[in-house]
Design a binder for this molecule. Structure first.
Ligand code: FAD
Length: 466
C-alpha cells in the first residue's frame, strides 16, 4: 500500500491547507518533548500536508479522498497532548480541527459542540448563555480543544468532584466519521462511547460532542502550605471527603517544588513547605475555612478573593496537572515526570513507600480524584532524569511496590494505558478503519497482537529520521 500523497493533496486543494513548511512542522508536533525517551524517537516527524476543515462535510471528503489514495490521516486539536498522540508517525495528511469550532446548543445540564472548540471558550460560552460550566477540563483549557480532550485526555480540574473523563456520565454522546471507501457517520452513547473516547483518533474522527454541564461558580483559588507532606495528604483526602464542601481542584506539591519552580509563589514559601492548591466554590468558603482551621499544620497563604501578594500568581489550576511539569522543566531541562495511580485504600501508604524509596529523585505532585466514589491520588511526580535505563527502572520499582503506571514515555495507547488490548477500540477500528490509515502506529494490537511489552514498542512504519 503506497500512499499517493500528490493525488490526495490535489483532490483536496479546495479545502483550506497550510503550505508553509514551518507551519506544517509546528502542526506535526505536540508536547512529546516532556519525555527524553520520546524526544529521541519522534522529533523528526512531519506530515506531508495539513488540511483545515470547517465542517463535517469537509472531514468526510478528506477521509474519502485519503482512503482512496492510501494516505495516513492524523487528527489534531491544539496539539497539547504529551505522548506524541497527535504526531503523524507515518507522515501523510494532518487534519487540524481548529476551524471546526461552533457551539451548537446549550441545554440545562448539557452542551452540544464541535470538536475544535477551545475548552476555555466553550466554558465561557456556557457560562454567559445559562450560568453553567463544563464539569471537567485539563489544565491546558486555554489552548486545548474539547475534541482533543475527549480523544486524548483523562481528567483534570473538576476530577476531584466528578472523577475521570472515562467515568459514566462524563461524556454524553459522540458523533464520529469512519475512514472507509464511503465514510459513515455514527453516534455513540453509554457503553459504546469507550470505542472512540481516549482512542487517539485511531478509529474515527469526532465531529460533534455532547458534554454534561454543572452550575458555574466564580471559584476561589487558594494555596495552603504545610511543613509535613503526609499531613497535607491527610488534609486533602479528608477535605475531598467533606461532602458539603464543593471543590473543583485539590493539587499537592511536595517540598521543595513550590519554592523551586513556582516563580510567583516562591517569595511566600520556604524550601520545606509543601503546598496544596485548591479551587473552592464561593458558597463553600465558610465550610472550607472552618475545616482548615482544624488542621494545626495548615496555613492559608493565598486566596484569590483577597489578594495580598504584589504579583498575582495566575490561575491555581495552571500550577496543577501537567502544568507542574511544565513549570519545573522551565527551570531545569533534566527533569521529567511519570503518571502514577495511587488507588484507594492504599493511596497514602503507597505514596509514602515511593517517597522512602526515591527521596528527591522523585518529588511528589499529586492530584486528588474520585474513583468509584472513593478519594484517591493521581500522581504526576517530577522525576530527575539521568538515563533511559534508570527511568525504566524507576517505572519498574513503582510497579513492584503496587502502583499502577500510565507510562508517559510511550506513544501507543496500550503502553500509555494498562498494557493490554482494549477490545472495544480494536474491534471498532476493524470496522471503521479497515486499511489502518488513522493515526497509524498508535494501537499496538492492530499491528502486532502478540507484542509482550518487555521493551518499548517500535512502530515499523515510522518514518526514519533523516
Ligand atoms: P491534541 O493534542 O491535538 O490531540 C490529542 C489526541 O486526540 C490525539 O491523538 C489526536 O489525534 C486526537 N484527536 C484530536 N481531535 C480529535 C477528533 N476530533 N477526533 C478524534 N481524535 C481527535 N490532559 C488531561 O487529561 N488533563 C490535564 O489536566 C492535562 N494537563 C496538561 C498540562 C500541560 C501543560 C500539557 C502540555 C498537557 C496537559 N494534558 C492534560 C494533555 C492535553 O493538554 C489534554 O489532554 C488536552 O485536552 C488535549 O487537547 P488538544 O486539543 O491539545 O488535543
Amino acid at each position: 500500500m503506497t500512499p499517493n500523497i500528490a493525488a490526495a493533496k490535489a483532490a483536496l486543494s479546495h479545502i483550506q491547507m497550510d503550505e508553509k513548511p514551518a507551519t506544517i512542522r509546528a502542526k506535526s508536533r505536540d508536547f512529546f518533548w516532556y519525555s527524553p525517551i520520546l524526544k529521541a524517537r519522534l522529533d523528526h516527524l512531519e506530515a506531508d500536508f495539513v488540511v483545515n476543515p470547517a465542517s463535517e462535510a469537509e472531514v468526510i471528503e478528506i477521509l474519502r479522498t485519503c482512503y482512496a489514495h492510501d494516505v495516513p490521516v492524523t487528527v489534531r486539536g491544539a496539539g497539547t497532548g504529551n505522548y506524541g498522540q497527535a504526531m503523524p508517525l507515518a507522515g501523510g495528511c494532518l487534519i487540524h480541527m481548529a476551524r471546526f469550532n461552533k457551539v451548537k446548543e446549550v441545554h440545562p445540564g448539557r452542551v452540544i459542540a464541535e470538536p475544535g472548540c477551545v475548552i476555555r471558550d466553550l466554558d465561557a460560552f456556557c457560562k454567559a448563555d445559562s450560568g453553567q460550566e463544563l464539569r471537567m477540563m485539563p489544565s491546558t483549557a486555554h489552548q486545548a480543544t474539547i475534541g482533543g480532550f475527549v480523544a486524548g485526555g483523562s481528567g483534570g480540574i473538576g476530577s476531584v468532584h466528578w472523577g475521570a473523563l472515562r467515568d459514566l456520565g462524563n461524556i454524553i454522546r459522540l458523533r464520529v466519521v469512519t475512514m472507509e471507501e464511503e465514510p459513515r457517520v455514527l453516534e455513540f452513547r453509554g457503553e459504546e462511547l469507550h470505542r472512540v473516547s481516549h482512542a487517539y483518533g485511531t478509529n474515527g474522527i469526532i465531529t460533534e460532542l455532547e458534554m454534561p454541564l454543572a452550575p458555574a461558580y466564580d471559584w476561589v483559588d487558594m494555596f495552603v502550605s504545610f511543613k509535613d507532606f503526609r499531613e497535607s495528604m491527610e488534609y486533602s483526602e479528608a477535605l475531598a471527603n467533606e461532602a458539603g464542601i464543593l471543590l473543583k481542584l485539590v493539587s499537592l506539591y511536595e517540598a521543595p517544588l513550590a519554592k523551586e519552580y513556582f516563580q510567583r509563589v516562591k517569595p511566600h514559601v520556604e524550601a520545606d513547605d509543601s503546598l496544596v492548591g485548591l479551587m473552592v466554590a464561593p458558597h463553600s468558603m465558610d465550610g472550607f475555612e472552618t475545616f482548615t482551621a482544624r488542621w494545626p499544620g495548615a496555613r492559608i497563604i493565598y486566596r484569590s478573593d483577597n489578594v495580598t501578594w504584589d504579583r498575582h500568581p495566575g490561575p491555581v489550576f495552571e500550577h496543577g496537572w501537567n502544568h507542574t511539569t511544565l513549570r519545573a522543566l522551565k527551570f531545569d531541562k533534566s527533569l521529567t515526570y511519570l503518571q502514577v495511580r495511587y488507588s484507594y485504600p492504599r493511596h497514602i501508604e503507597l505514596v509514602e513507600k515511593v517517597r522512602a524509596e526515591f527521596g528527591a529523585e522523585v518529588l511528589q505532585h499529586l492530584e486528588v480524584m474520585k474513583e468509584g466514589g472513593k478519594v484517591m491520588f493521581a500522581g504526576l511526580p517530577i522525576v530527575r532524569y539521568t538515563t533511559d535505563e534508570r527511568l525504566e527502572e524507576i517505572v519498574r520499582l513503582h510497579e513492584q511496590m503496587g502502583c499502577m503506571i500510565f507510562n508517559p514515555h510511550r506513544y501507543t495507547l496500550e503502553e500509555g494505558g494498562r498494557q493490554s488490548t482494549d477490545r472495544r477500540q480494536l474491534e471498532f477500528k476493524r470496522e471503521a478503519d479497515p486499511k489502518g490509515l488513522l493515526n497509524p502506529g498508535k494501537m499496538i494490537t492492530w499491528d502486532e497482537p502478540d507484542f509482550d511489552y518487555s521493551a518499548i514498542y517500535a512502530y515499523k512504519g515510522m518514518r526514519p529520521a533523516p
